[in-house]
Design a protein around this ligand. Structure first.
Ligand code: SAH
Length: 360
């Protein structure tokens, strides 16, 4: 950070006032080193700050006991960029849903999903979501704004601290459409990798598909996994489920995904929600297989998680299995995503802003 960032602004701020002093969380080691030096401290304090922010999860500069008391008192109000825990609910399967309050009062959701092997965090990339997919609770509450870098990193640190366990995987599958906040999400991937030590291969960015954005993401040359929410085997069903698909023909989306594979050498995951008697017939599986023949990809089938606003049904297990077997019979790599956190509305597509704001 430079001095100019904390100098008085010539124009009224267009962002939340707190951001007039950019929060420290999300900054790289060189940026933190610059910042401590602008505060009159020695460069090595930058390394200490970096470790305390990302490894110890310091929530305030006042907590950093290796700093001198006098300097701590001076900078104790400087924004670190941590959100407040508003609510926490534990599902019977051990999944924990967190409601986090941002500095401007908005609430977002984050989910911690433990297994014996690893802890996964499902992070939000926006407050709400503008995509309005018919089956998804987040879209029903509307859209407020993109998350800032520190607000994404904070989610991972919050879960890591609460579970007292290292986060192994991060999936951008919480509230929001990550590719509408692409630059911040790419910065978050680098920060989670470099500062928190999570392998890029253990990070997944899930998108419904925004024209041109997958191509732009490819230029970032990440080793993270791209997951694309396909949900339909043809354009008419897709537009029925996903309003934005009207401006993005399925064939064009698949072309962009193919280019992504060519450019990055990474296979793409296709997410496919199974909605009873909407897109779960064996002929839909055959149609999907035809699109994906020879495509370096993996299909992730997600049995629909119910939300109150719409009356879609989750297909019975035998229909899910038939769909899976049909894909396999056509040599398509596919698996069924295990549902987690259903009892606490923490499963895929059940994260929402509206009810939470009312404190429910
Ligand atoms: N906007 C991004 C990421 C958020 S949603 C995207 O669309 O990919 C993460 C995944 O959960 C997406 O595949 C989304 O379509 C799926 N999902 C949404 N609502 C769901 C529901 N009710 N049941 C199961 N999965 C759902």
């Amino acid at each position: 950070m430079t001095d100019s960032a904390i100098a008085p602004l010539a124009h009224p701020p267009t962002v939340e006032p707190e951001f007039a002093r950019p929060p420290l969380l999300g900054m790289t080691l060189p940026e933190l080193t610059d910042w401590v030096q602008t505060q009159g401290q020695s460069a090595y304090r930058g390394k200490q700050l970096y470790q305390w922010l990302y490894q110890q999860g310091a929530r305030s500069l006042a907590d950093i006991s290796v700093f001198s008391k006098a300097w701590r008192a001076e900078v104790q109000d400087y924004p670190v960029g941590r959100s407040q825990l508003h609510h926490r609910s534990v599902a019977p399967d051990g999944t924990i849903k967190y409601l986090l309050r941002l500095s401007d009062g908005h609430i977002i959701e984050t989910v911690g999903i433990p297994t014996d092997q690893r802890l996964t965090v499902c992070v939000s990339s926006q407050v709400g979501c503008p995509m309005a997919c018919d089956f998804c609770a987040t879209g029903k509450g509307g859209y407020v704004r993109n998350l800032a870098l520190h607000e994404i990193i904070d989610q991972v640190l919050t879960v890591q601290t609460d579970f007292e366990r290292r986060v192994a995987n991060v999936v951008f599958m919480g509230m929001g459409e990550p590719l509408l906040n692409r630059e911040t999400v790419v910065a978050a991937v680098h920060c989670l990798n470099q500062a928190i030590g999570i392998s890029q291969r253990s990070l997944t960015i899930s998108t419904v598909g925004i024209p041109g954005q997958i191509r732009r993401l490819a230029t970032a040359e990440l080793r993270a996994t791209l997951a694309v929410s396909l949900h339909a085997s043809n354009q008419p069903i897709r537009t029925q489920l996903i309003p934005s698909a009207r401006q993005y023909p399925l064939a064009d989306l698949l072309d962009e995904c193919r280019e992504y594979v060519q450019q990055t050498g990474r296979r793409v995951t296709f997410e496919y929600i199974l909605l009873a008697e909407v897109n779960d017939e064996p002929e839909h599986a055959v149609e999907l297989a035809q699109h994906l023949r020879g495509f370096q990809s993996h299909v992730n089938l997600i049995p629909y998680n119910p939300i109150s606003e719409v009356d879609y049904q989750r297909p019975p297990t035998r229909r899910v299995n038939t769909f899976l077997q049909t894909l396999h019979a056509h040599h398509i790599a596919a698996s069924v995503r295990q549902t987690r956190g259903l009892e606490k509305d923490a499963a895929c597509g059940q994260l929402r802003a509206s009810k939470i704001q009312a404190g429910q």
